[in-house]
Design a protein around this ligand. Structure first.
Ligand code: SF4
Length: 315
């Protein structure tokens, strides 16, 4: 039995077959880099943003989809896909441009569109357009919100440029439509403790988020975080502690929330620290193994919702 609610299983249940994500790289930037909110970006952000495996942003969306399919179809015999707008803040652009890009991705074998963005980069106008595309083209739409942590002190320390409030606002707005929400979290940010990780799980569960994607912090050269790391201003937790945190997170996470991944991947080049020099799948296996040994499953400690203190009066 799976110890947590795996994304691959969810996709198979939802679409009846294995689904593959095709990364799309838009010519967008981020308000935390272009001067709108800030110029330095988040302390950990490398210049490539998140999409180090993507096609060039100058390539049209349809062409990027085709190039990625050429790579994936022969290898996996894939037939259905999710177009994943991955890099930087993909809704940080005029609504009509967002509409054009998303419609370009609505092809017959694309079952879903996933759009990564910051919580302060999504508004009602864009959501109405996306909802119309969902109805007209019959594609599922998921908004992936970079939260990183619910600890707003840590968000300020890493120069995130938004706090927890913007995330809650975005979630409540998206929830008015038939779209899924995925939250991205980093469970080992300097300044965050074990208790913050549990609070991450509790807040995502209380907000009824649909999916979550976990990362361990990786440190890219020439970032603010790299300076802190090299000067000894920050210390990173051990691999063992990361595993403990993921297990605590999953234990408190509502059992219906789908888990996209337990640890991220990073480019090797230009990276000072990534995943304790261990492959991501080894760490994932260890998390799963340890949960089985401890007889823990996702949601086993999710007993705090819906007025838990008055439960004793229910007959
Ligand atoms: S929001 Fe994303 S793209 Fe923008 S600075 Fe932070 S990590 Fe980089």
């Amino acid at each position: 039995m799976a110890v947590y609610n795996k994304y691959s299983e969810y996709l198979r249940w939802r679409y009846g077959q294995k689904i593959y994500k095709l990364p799309i790289n838009l010519p967008v930037t981020c308000p935390n880099r272009d001067g709108n909110i800030g110029v330095d970006g988040c302390a950990f952000c490398g210049e490539a943003g998140a999409g180090f495996e993507s096609q060039p942003a100058s390539m049209p969306v349809a062409e990027q989809i085709m190039q990625n399919k050429l790579r994936i179809i022969p290898k996996y015999k894939a037939t259905k896909f999710i177009a994943y707008f991955q890099n930087f803040s993909n809704t940080y652009l005029p609504a009509e441009q967002l509409e054009k890009y998303v419609i370009e991705a609505c092809q017959s074998d694309i079952v879903g569109i996933a759009i990564a963005t910051r919580p302060d980069c999504i508004n009602d106008q864009q959501l109405q357009i996306l909802n119309r595309i969902h109805s007209e083209y019959g594609v599922d739409i998921a908004i992936e919100l970079g939260l990183q942590t619910v600890n707003y002190h840590t968000l300020t320390a890493i120069n995130r440029g938004h706090t927890l409030a913007e995330f809650i606002d975005a979630v409540l707005r998206i929830k008015k439509y038939s779209m899924e929400i995925c939250a991205h979290l980093i469970l080992n940010l300097p300044g965050d403790e074990h208790l913050d990780v549990i609070e991450n799980a509790k807040i995502l569960s209380a907000l009824q988020i649909n999916q979550v994607k976990l990362h361990a912090l990786y440190i890219m050269e020439n970032t603010v975080m790299a300076k802190w790391y090299q000067s000894g201003a920050i210390q990173l937790i051990s691999q063992n502690e990361y595993i403990d945190r993921v297990i605590a997170f999953l234990s408190y996470l509502h059992p219906e929330i789908v888990v996209q991944r337990l640890i991220g991947r990073a480019p090797k080049e230009g990276t000072l620290f990534v995943n304790w020099q261990t492959s991501w799948w080894r760490i994932q296996e260890e998390i799963e193994q340890r949960m089985k040994e401890l007889d823990l499953v996702q949601g086993c400690k999710c007993d705090y919702l819906n007025g838990s203190a008055v439960r004793k009066f229910i007959k």
